[in-house]
Design a protein around this ligand. Structure first.
Ligand SMILES: Nc1ncnc2c1ncn2[C@@H]1O[C@H](COP(=O)(O)OP(=O)(O)O)[C@@H](O)[C@H]1O
Ligand SMILES: [Mg+2]
Length: 252
């Protein structure tokens, strides 16, 4: 009896890229399954952001493949990858700071529906309704009319994440979603983000420096070292591994 196996949501195989003499990806293999929250940790310069750049199409590897539900997306442009289901929130929020939050969201929704529509009025009732729904999902409805440049850092991070949700992804890719905010706010951001992702059935792949956050929110943690994966598994176990402590936790 043969069963058809569903391919993983994301499967990166044998990725390689070098910048000058630096091998930023050196045989990277990583899988994310549907519904999983996977954290990436590792020292600065070990290639974590490079990996996210490859998965989202911003960098092209010299070897290896990235598959989304079995389809090879390695050489597709970022916009196409986003449309196919991988949405990225950046370490530095990408909001238009002199526009309101809801305008930013309507722009993102319009972009998802096709560039040509960006030339049509963005403030349409169906965009506004969808934007409000997203703001409620992320607990930002009170900030709908605020200029994003005036939002406090924590809310700005959530706002940027809301833009990624607006692309209707299956996988959210986040580069240090909690960097630069107080530790109380960090937990609030993660709590809100993870609850919203669960409600929508999304998976998440996020780079994180705070080990308490990793322990609390990741189903699995993957440890980067010099362009490749040195360990992975359940946070409670991996974060106790002396090799991991020496390379990452001890210096975090
Ligand atoms: N676009 C680029 N051009 C040149 N070098 C790069 C580029 N992106 C990353 N690097 C280099 O690759 C290595 C890994 O960087 P990065 O992926 O940003 O690490 P991390 O996110 O783990 O701190 C670093 O040595 C960095 O300087
Ligand atoms: Mg980085």
């Amino acid at each position: 009896m043969s069963q058809t196996q569903t391919p993983p949501l994301l499967q990166a195989s044998d990725l390689e890229i070098a910048f000058g003499g630096v091998r930023a990806a050196d045989g990277v293999n990583l899988t994310v399954n549907a519904g999983e929250f996977v954290a990436i940790i590792g020292p600065n310069g070990s290639g974590k952001t490079t990996f996210l750049n490859i998965c989202t199409g911003y960098l092209k590897p010299t070897r290896g493949t990235v598959r989304l539900e079995g389809r090879d997306i390695t050489h597709l442009p970022p916009r196409t990858i986003a449309r196919q289901g991988i949405a990225r929130a950046f370490q530095i929020p990408q909001l238009f700071t002199d526009h309101t939050l809801i305008d930013n969201l309507m722009l993102s929704i319009a972009a998802r529906r096709g560039i040509w529509q960006a030339l049509r009025p963005l403030d349409r009732p169906e965009y506004r309704a969808e934007a409000m729904e997203l703001l409620q999902l992320l607990g930002l409805e009170k900030s709908a009319g605020a200029m994003t440049g005036t939002l406090p850092e924590g809310l700005r991070k959530l706002a940027d994440i809301t833009l990624a949700f607006a692309l209707n992804p299956r996988l959210l890719v986040l580069d240090e979603p909690t960097s630069g905010v107080s530790s109380i706010e960090r937990f609030e951001i993660m709590e809100t983000l993870m609850r919203a992702a669960r409600q929508r059935g999304l998976s998440a792949l996020f780079v994180e420096h705070d080990m308490e956050i990793v322990e609390k929110y990741a189903d699995r943690v993957v440890v980067w070292n010099a362009g490749s994966v040195m360990a992975e598994g359940r946070p409670a176990e991996v974060l106790k591994d002396p090799r991991v402590i020496e390379s990452v936790v001890g210096v975090a």
